[in-house]
Design a protein around this ligand. Structure first.
Ligand code: PLP
Length: 382
């Protein structure tokens, strides 16, 4: 994915050697509008903060989405600071302090177990309020295809469908259960399958609520809308919501992260060295997987574009390769610090900049920043 002109300009302004993330707030706003338009009117669009917790990114998406989905006390604090109009708190390991903070912030909680529901009830009672909650369910039915199946299979997420009657039957004084949370998958590229999943989730929720006497007000189908890192493709948003019918009186909530933030981020790293060992070319970058771990975590090659830099400050010949394949590797002392393998380049010189698109989600945020103690990238938000 080639950076647009304004991103290239921002990268060319960076100090050398370049190592930077640029986040494009206009791209965040545009994408949020497209995602919103993909769903039936009245659908609630939340941004899942874990995809990118940069405060500027969070604030921008808090403005253009209906609210934020958070999964820790830290994200909750970010969401409050960002002025989120609505906060939904999920995640499998909530502490009492986090539950109390969620209650204090007026967040709706997606509860993950009977024990957690009891603790939420206790926290709400202590605060003298009634909290609203959805129960996250790991359903018996088949899972969706995508990178991380979270339901229909053994996982630490949600209440097993078999255990649901026990959870819904708990005597509560200070929690009102108003729906279900059914986040199921990550990075799904199949729009028809995703639409089928949402339809089925709505049907299941209506039937299950009726069976257990839950006054169903909301169905949260989570995130999982995918982008294809190996091409420019994304899940077909135009096909996604066309045939969705949301039952009267039920609020459909979606809480994507990746599809909102991925294309608003650009990671750039300067080539510090070029070398050939055992017949293979390596471009060693000022940067690497400690800034952008996703390719290492998922085991794929993340495509880059070369931003040529003509300036050459040294008095010897500039190392360069032409019309060949190269591995883009980082500055860490481990052979696993690889961002891309075997990508063809027309020409690459020491001092050129490699630009990795689609790095606005699960990029910096999931990386092991302190390993080897190199300086962090520059972050520019435009
Ligand atoms: C991670 C997560 C999301 C966002 O998922 P994406 O794949 O980024 O859209 C939404 N909801 C929950 C509960 C999550 O854990």
């Amino acid at each position: 994915m080639r950076p647009p002109e304004h991103i290239e300009a921002a990268l060319r302004r960076q100090q050398r050697p370049v190592c930077a993330y640029v986040y494009d707030t206009a791209a965040l706003r545009d994408r949020a509008a497209v995602v919103r338009a993909a769903f039936p009117p009245g659908t609630t669009l939340l941004y899942a903060v874990k995809a990118n917790g940069n405060p500027h990114v969070v604030r921008t998406l808090a403005e253009v989405c209906d609210g934020l989905e958070v999964a820790s006390g830290g994200e909750l604090a970010l969401a409050v600071a960002a002025g989120a109009r609505r906060i939904v708190f999920g995640g499998p390991g909530k502490t009492d302090a986090e539950l109390a903070a969620a209650v204090a912030a007026g967040a709706q909680v997606n509860v993950e177990s009977a024990h957690e529901l009891r603790r939420l009830d206790r926290a709400a009672r202590a605060a003298g309020v009634v909290a609203e909650a959805a129960v996250r369910v790991n359903r018996a039915g088949p899972a969706l295809t995508g990178s991380h199946a979270m339901t229909g299979t053994p996982t630490p997420f949600g209440v097993d469908e078999e255990a649901l009657p026990g959870v819904l039957g708990l005597p509560l004084t200070s929690v009102r259960i108003i729906g279900f949370h059914l986040h199921a998958v990550s990075n799904n590229l199949d729009a028809a399958a995703h639409a089928g999943f949402i339809t089925e989730a709505l049907d299941w929720s209506v039937a299950t609520a009726a069976r257990h006497g839950v006054p169903l007000r909301l169905v949260n189908v989570g995130g999982g809308l995918g982008v294809d890192y190996l091409s420019d493709a994304t899940i077909d948003l135009t096909a996604l919501g066309q045939d969705l019918i949301v039952p009267d009186g039920v609020e459909l909530i979606v809480e994507p992260g990746r599809i909102l933030a991925a294309d608003a981020g650009w990671y750039a790293a300067e080539v510090l060295d070029l070398k050939r060992t055992h017949g293979r070319w390596f471009a060693v970058l000022r940067g690497g997987t400690h800034h952008f771990r996703l390719p290492a975590a998922w085991g794929y090659s993340h495509p880059f574009t070369v931003l040529p830099v003509d300036e050459w400050p040294y008095e010897w010949d500039r190392p360069q390769i032409e019309n060949t394949s190269v591995d883009a590797v980082g500055e860490l002392c481990t052979p696993r610090d690889v961002l891309a393998r075997d990508q063809h380049v027309e020409r690459l010189r020491v001092g050129d900049i490699l630009v990795f698109g689609r790095t606005g989600a699960y990029a910096w945020d999931i990386s092991h920043h302190d390993f080897l103690r190199h300086p962090p990238p520059v972050f520019e938000v435009i």
